[in-house]
Design a protein around this ligand. Structure first.
Ligand SMILES: [Ca+2]
Length: 154
């Protein structure tokens, strides 16, 4: 993450570790202090075209409710224009896999500070919610201060 310019740099790994210079820099569609790149996750291959894709959160956009952008991979790298924009905090995001056996990966986006820190986790089905979709399912924390969704694992 590049906090000064709200950009996410993609650095490629190799036998001697990560390259010091980014191979590609991604920027969000919104402008100004929106914490684009707060979290970055391997989105696996959400559109099943054989190339890995990337999820990048912008936690302060959408009136502080956050957005998550999905960038599709290709033969020459990531497409710099996000293919999907999902609403949600993006405090923690991960691709848990194909939860509903629809043939494509699903995305879990957590908002642990939501609703007096009760916390929420939004599940997006990427087969049916291609653009700016509302979550297909919302999971709620057990009570105030629980910070539900602070950490998610596959
Ligand atoms: Ca893909």
């Amino acid at each position: 993450m590049d906090a000064a310019s709200d950009a996410a740099n993609l650095c490629l790994g190799g036998p001697s570790g990560l390259a010091s210079a980014p191979a590609q820099t991604l920027r969000g569609l919104d402008v100004g202090g929106l914490a684009f790149g707060y979290k970055v996750a391997n989105a696996r291959d959400v559109n099943r075209d054989g190339f890995d894709d990337v999820a990048v959160s912008a936690v302060a956009s959408n009136n502080q409710r956050g957005k998550v952008f999905i960038f599709l991979g290709g033969a020459t790298g990531l497409n710099p224009t996000p293919a999907y924009t999902l609403l949600g905090s993006g405090d923690a995001l991960t691709i848990p896999g194909d939860l509903n056996s629809a043939g494509k990966a699903d995305l879990a986006v957590a908002a642990p500070a939501a609703n007096a820190a009760t916390g929420r986790v939004y599940i997006f089905n990427l087969k049916t919610q291609m653009v700016s979709g509302a979550p297909s399912k919302t999971l709620y924390g057990p009570g105030a201060g629980a910070h539900f969704g602070q950490s998610i694992s596959h």
